[in-house]
Design a protein. Structure first.
Length: 657
């Protein structure tokens, strides 16, 4: 019987070993997630991900429809590895991309083995996303698929290098005009009724903790653009006071933003400082006892907290039912049914019922309950008189704690607005989405002319392009803003007069414009650029003064800019002369260029200041040394034509001979 030797290509064998080492490392050596983490569990609560297949449309943690092996182990490894080396610990599209990939593998009659990945499989996965998800989600799914491919290539986890880019376009996130735009604005921005209701209740200095929480939290979100989770994770000492250069005081709030942004101070506009300070003071006041409870149990986990209403008994003395209620502040069936209960015994039950991760309020932000501004006692935020407040248990508020109060969602509990008697003009319940306040602040910043970089920094965003989603200025506001920058654009005169104004604004008249080589014009700091960008990009990298496609107009107010360039280069050249004499390396490389710039600035100034040159004259300086790809192409074609003509001449001579 002959031996059969199975040959495995070297690159496939190497990638297979890399994959097995990668999965082993992620499973046994990485420590991300809680101590109770189980690799075998297909629902990872710490990452908010369920490794379900295409049949699972939501994160149903009890569903039997999970990814098949070997894709399942790789998906788990990829999630744990990537989350270990970046600030994100919550899945958004990671679970979805593997659903789409497995479905694409199955349709191609392939096993769910990531080593079999091809561009065709990726294309089908992106197409599947388009069949099920919104355009915005499809873009992000495709983007995450592209990241996955780059990761596989970088770590050499697949035998063949794959080049693939996301085919799903970014969804249009801004609609400016028409009824559709107006509906989007109304949906995203808060109503005036909701804002007035919050302001009125806040101004009346409410005493109920639930109302203090609702109005003060919304007040903070109106002072600086933030997500609910960011506000609710504030440190108790989050306020920042600094002195500005002019001696005035600046007030800010120290945040730990979401979306991957680093910790930052969000500075509060001067007009809103008193509001922010009062909101923080109110929250800090009603949560002081909860922080004391947390601090006690953080330092004394085995000893009962002796609050002001605690019965005056020893730790081992049996308690009556009344003393039990006095000790914990609320009615607890398990503790009440204990026949022989002491403070020491009750203490064990109390620690079991403290919030998850206690003493940590927010592990990702490294904040303990004893340090959290929004650390409450259990039942403290219930409507006044409906529940007794616990004297020993603390409570971690989350986004739903606020959302359930301000957004009418059909539940039995009455919303904040309903309890205070506020309704819309048509009688419908007032509703406020938490993100509407952030949209409002960003739109106001856009209206005020704040730069996009400053808006992104103020909002705690990683990318400036994320600002687009939060800009809800109408087309009329944009036109008004443009007009406010130039009064001559205001249509308050007859059209003929307006036409005359526009003609006077033109940089040059038609006759002068026609003498230009190329009929295009772009404004620069010293005049107008006539380069045709449809032919090629800028060849001078904005070194306009040394470019022959730069046009200056006699009488233009930008003469002073040329004067500044002249003075700057003159001083620079004098410094270079000293550096060259001292033998400093590299100076001579820029000396000639600076010298040429100075000479051209001097020539321009002589012409532009010459009283004999009439205003409106078009001035272009010649530069025989300028590099031009178009000129080179023309010269090359001319040389080729000359060579062809020379060949023809030679051929004619041969024929004549």
């Amino acid at each position: 019987m002959s031996n059969i030797l199975i040959f495995t290509p070297q690159n496939k064998a190497k990638s297979s070993k890399n994959m097995s080492d990668f999965i082993r490392f992620c499973r046994h050596e990485l420590t991300l997630f809680s101590p109770n983490f189980s690799w075998e569990n297909n629902h990872w609560a710490d990452a908010s991900i369920f490794f379900g297949n295409w049949d699972v449309s939501t994160n149903k943690k009890d569903s039997p429809s999970v990814l098949k092996q070997p894709l399942l182990d790789f998906a788990k490894s990829y999630v744990r590895y990537t989350f270990s080396f970046k600030k994100q610990h919550k899945a958004r599209y990671e679970g979805t991309i593997f659903k789409c990939l497995e479905k694409a593998f199955m349709e191609s009659s392939l096993s769910s083995d990531i080593s079999l990945l091809t561009p065709a499989i990726l294309d089908r996965a992106a197409e599947l996303a388009r069949e099920r998800y919104t355009p915005s989600s499809c873009y992000h799914i495709g983007r995450n698929l592209q990241k996955l491919v780059e990761f596989l290539n970088e770590k050499k986890l697949i035998p063949n290098h794959i080049e693939w880019t996301n085919p799903n376009p970014r969804a249009a996130d801004t609609v400016r005009t028409g009824l559709k735009a107006e509906k989007i604005r109304q949906k995203k921005l808060p109503t005036q009724i909701a804002l007035n209701a919050l302001a009125e209740v806040f101004a009346n200095n409410p005493s109920v903790p639930s109302d203090i929480f609702t109005t003060s939290t919304c007040a903070l979100m109106l002072c600086v653009p933030s997500r609910v989770s960011e506000v609710l994770s504030l440190h108790v000492n989050c306020e920042v006071h600094e002195t500005k250069r002019d001696g005035t005081k600046a007030y800010g709030i120290r945040f730990m933003p979401g979306k991957g942004a680093p910790p930052q101070i969000k500075w509060v506009p001067t007009a809103m400082v008193s509001l922010a300070q009062e909101a923080i003071r109110r929250i800090r006041s009603i949560t002081e006892e909860a922080r004391q409870i947390s601090k006690w149990y953080e330092e004394n986990p085995n000893k009962f907290y002796r609050h002001s209403e605690c019965p005056n008994v020893s730790d081992d003395e049996y308690l009556t039912v009344k003393q039990k209620i006095q000790a914990i502040g609320v009615f607890d069936n398990k503790i009440m049914n204990m026949k022989e209960a002491t403070l020491s015994i009750i203490q064990e039950e109390i620690m079991k019922k403290q919030p998850k991760d206690f003493p940590f309020f927010d592990k990702s932000r490294n904040i303990k309950f004893s340090e959290a501004l929004f650390c409450f006692q259990k039942n403290q935020l219930a409507p006044s008189g409906e529940r007794h407040i616990s004297k020993v248990h603390v409570y971690r508020v989350n986004s739903n704690t606020l959302i359930s109060r301000i957004s009418e969602n059909g539940s039995m509990a009455r919303s904040f607005f309903e309890r205070h008697g506020y309704k819309n003009e048509d009688g419908t319940p007032v509703r406020l989405k938490s993100h509407a306040l952030r949209h409002l602040l960003n739109t106001m910043a856009q209206r005020g002319g704040m730069s996009q970089i400053d808006i992104a920094r103020w909002s705690g965003r990683v990318e400036v392009k994320q600002n687009r989603v939060y800009d809800h200025m109408s087309e009329f506001e944009i036109v008004d803003m443009i007009r406010s920058r130039d009064s001559d654009l205001i249509v308050d005169s007859p059209l003929e007069e307006l036409r005359q104004k526009i003609s006077e604004k033109l940089p040059i008249d038609r006759k002068a414009f026609n003498i230009l080589a190329i009929p295009t014009a772009h404004i620069t700091e010293i005049g107008y650029c006539i380069h045709d960008y449809t032919m090629s990009p800028c060849q001078k990298f904005l070194d306009c003064l040394n470019c022959t496609e730069q046009v200056c107009i006699k009488g233009d107010k930008r003469l002073e800019n040329i004067q500044i360039i002249y003075e700057h280069n003159k001083a620079l050249l004098e410094k270079m002369d000293i550096n060259i004499s001292e033998g400093i390396a590299g100076v001579d490389r820029w000396y000639e260029h600076t010298k040429m710039t100075l000479q051209r600035a001097e020539q321009l100034l002589c012409i532009l200041k010459d009283s004999g040159v009439p205003n409106g004259s078009v001035i272009k300086l010649h530069n025989s040394q300028e590099y031009s790809p178009i000129k080179r192409a023309i010269d090359a074609r001319a040389r080729k034509a000359e060579n062809n003509e020379a060949v023809l001449d030679k051929a004619r001579l041969l024929i004549e001979d």
